[in-house]
Design a protein around this ligand. Structure first.
Ligand SMILES: Cc1cc2nc3c(=O)[nH]c(=O)nc-3n(C[C@H](O)[C@H](O)[C@H](O)COP(=O)(O)O)c2cc1C
Length: 335
């Protein structure tokens, strides 16, 4: 069975890629992900805000005169071994590169295009094979148009792709008026891959405390239908590697997304919930399904059920919505 796939020009032994999450925080877990069969691994994100903090801290230290040294020292107790997030992050990438044989993908999360972009270069220098850029932007300003919001993404992408030589994937959310047009612009800004979709965490209200509550809910398998549709639509329409994220919980979910046109499937909630060993089960499930359908390779499967390939392309569009509502109404009328 040939499970190999190519992601942004990088050959992977299979399409299963643990996505950015705390699973990549420790070298031990990274090794376990590799042992469980991961085709590559995306590191957890380093945030623009963390990098800014690092820079400000460094500025503060460098500009501190003799008298303020003591004060700075009390502020940063480990001043002797000055290390905050971003430095450790680069170290971890470096160590991961040395001890893993699968590709390591760094992850940067930011919205502006100033100051912190050079950090992308440092991720490259630390040995990352590729970089994933997560632009987690929530548009709240009524004065800002969709075009302006998109431009914000494109500015960040252009600045990063102009800075590094390694391939850059962009992780986007589903909230664009035209995902295909956005995807094309992402491609034109120099990205090589598109990761769909970032899962925005939705706030809730605590009615006892009368507070906004932010808790983290892991995904359910049903949620993979959103990337399924858009990967099926984008397959063959853009020159980008396509990665699916959100709701990939089993080998069968992976099979569907590859049939839609995904080059890789990213997995997070399923591993946080079931443990890293679940990755091996997912790979076995995909293989078993491929055997049952006489597929010899992932390459043969890819895009076989994309919008362009299926007998009923309208299944992905408005016409299908009308049909399923009519069917439901008819069933409901019958009681
Ligand atoms: C605890 C946790 C931490 C995450 N951290 C990151 C992160 O640092 N960067 C990122 O791009 N996505 C992050 N994500 C999002 C995941 O990579 C993934 O895209 C999302 O959870 C949807 O996939 P899933 O359904 O397989 O969980 C995180 C998700 C979880 C649950």
């Amino acid at each position: 069975m040939d499970l190999t796939t190519t992601y942004m020009g990088i050959k992977l032994r299979n399409p299963f890629v643990p996505s950015a999450s705390p699973l990549s925080q420790r070298l031990d877990d990274l090794r376990r992900l590799e042992d469980a069969g991961a085709g590559a691994v995306v590191m957890f994100s380093i945030f623009e805000e963390q990098i800014h903090h690092d820079m400000e801290a460094l500025d503060h230290l460098l500009s501190a005169g003799a008298e303020s040294y003591a004060e700075a020292r009390s502020y940063f107790p480990d001043i002797g071994e000055y290390q905050v997030g971003p430095t450790q992050y680069l170290d971890l990438i470096h160590q991961a590169r040395q001890s893993l044989s699968i590709p390591v993908i760094g992850s940067l999360n930011g919205v502006s295009h100033e100051g912190w972009i050079t950090y992308a270069k440092q991720i490259e220098e630390a040995g990352a094979h590729a970089l994933e850029l997560n632009v987690y932007y929530i548009a709240t300003d009524p004065a800002k148009s969709g075009v302006e919001v998109e431009q914000l993404y494109l500015d960040v992408i252009s600045a990063v792709t102009a800075t590094v030589r390694i391939p850059v994937a962009v992780k986007i959310g589903p909230f664009f008026s035209s995902i295909p047009h956005m995807a094309r612009q992402v491609e034109q800004a120099g990205a090589r891959g598109l990761v769909m979709f970032n899962r925005f965490y939705q706030p809730d209200f605590d009615l006892d405390e009368m507070e906004v509550r932010s808790d983290l809910q892991l995904s359910t398998a049903w949620e993979m239908r959103l990337p399924l549709r858009w990967i099926a639509i984008l397959f063959g329409r853009v020159n980008l590697s396509l990665a699916a994220t959100t709701g990939v919980h089993s080998g069968l979910d992976a099979a569907k997304l590859i049939l839609a046109g995904a080059d890789v499937v990213q997995v997070c909630s399923a591993l946080l919930r079931n443990g890293i060993g679940h990755l091996r089960t997912m790979i076995q499930e995909l293989e078993a399904w491929m055997t049952s359908k006489d597929y010899d390779s992932v390459g043969q499967m890819r895009g076989a059920m994309s919008q362009r390939a299926v007998a009923n392309p309208a299944a992905f569009e408005r016409a299908n919505y009308i049909r399923i509502l009519e069917e439901y109404k008819a069933k409901y009328a019958l009681g």
